[in-house]
Design a protein around this ligand. Structure first.
Ligand SMILES: *Cc1c(COP(=O)(O)O)cnc(C)c1O
Length: 229
């Protein structure tokens, strides 16, 4: 079932890409596997998924230890997509290839410190709270540019781009303004002439709104239910 789901998902991605003249292979599918069994994740890997997203460090470590050798020769890229507490950073930098949910300068500084201890340059995305919802994590869009200027100075952190989560809605079109805001923010950062600020990734779009996200320039989709249910 996971395999069929992935085939269908890829067809939908290709269809949208063909409409906007984009190469579907330029979009990374991150299979968000929180709460799913390792056997389901294995099915996804066999079906060609290379990127796995988790939202809790403890759960991710258990799966990482379990899966590391599950499919030999198949490197898995692990993504942290949930809120990261400072006291979990040490464990997080050990296993994650990309921490997508950096929502404060303080967290970025802690990542820098822990990554330096293990001689790692940690790839990160900054999570932006495009919706302004009080219940969500993420940097205020107005504060994001200044935060980026601080974070870019950190030696053991490599800022790759931005991430956002649109508010829950019945209609995927409702997500469009939030995705568009994220793209404009990235383009604004890239317009700063200092090339150190160049960022490319836009992680946006989930099961219910990934098609709109692609239209708005997503480079990474975080998909749970459309793959595992
Ligand atoms: C669970 C989760 C997803 C995937 O959501 P679906 O709607 O199941 O595709 C994406 N991003 C984050 C941050 C999540 O926690």
């Amino acid at each position: 079932m996971v395999k069929a789901n992935i085939l269908k998902l890829k067809e939908r991605i290709s269809y949208i890409c063909s409409k906007i003249n984009q190469d579907p292979s330029s979009i990374t599918i991150v299979a968000v596997s929180k709460g799913r069994a390792p056997s389901q994740i294995e099915e996804a890997l066999v079906a060609g998924i290379t990127d796995i997203g988790e939202n809790k460090v403890q759960e991710a470590i258990a799966k990482y230890n379990d899966m590391r050798y599950a499919i030999c020769d198949m490197p898995i890229r692990w993504h942290m997509v949930g809120h990261l507490q400072t006291n979990k950073v040490k464990d997080a930098v050990r296993i994650f290839d990309l921490i997508q949910s950096v929502d404060s300068i303080r967290l970025a500084q802690e990542i820098d410190k822990q990554a330096a201890k293990i001689n790692k340059i940690q790839d990160i995305l900054i999570e932006v709270k495009t919706s302004g919802e009080a219940t969500k994590f993420g940097l205020d869009p107005r504060a994001a540019v200044d935060a980026i200027k601080e974070i870019i100075k950190l030696k053991n952190v490599n800022l790759k781009g931005l991430m956002t989560i649109a508010p829950l809605a019945d209609n995927p079109e409702m997500s469009r303004p939030y995705f568009r805001m994220l793209r404009k923010l990235r383009d604004g950062v890239n317009a700063i002439s200092d090339k150190r600020y160049a960022i490319s990734e836009l992680s946006m779009g989930m099961t219910d709104d990934f098609e709109v996200a692609i239209e708005e320039g997503a480079t990474m989709l975080r998909i749970g239910r459309a793959i595992f249910e």
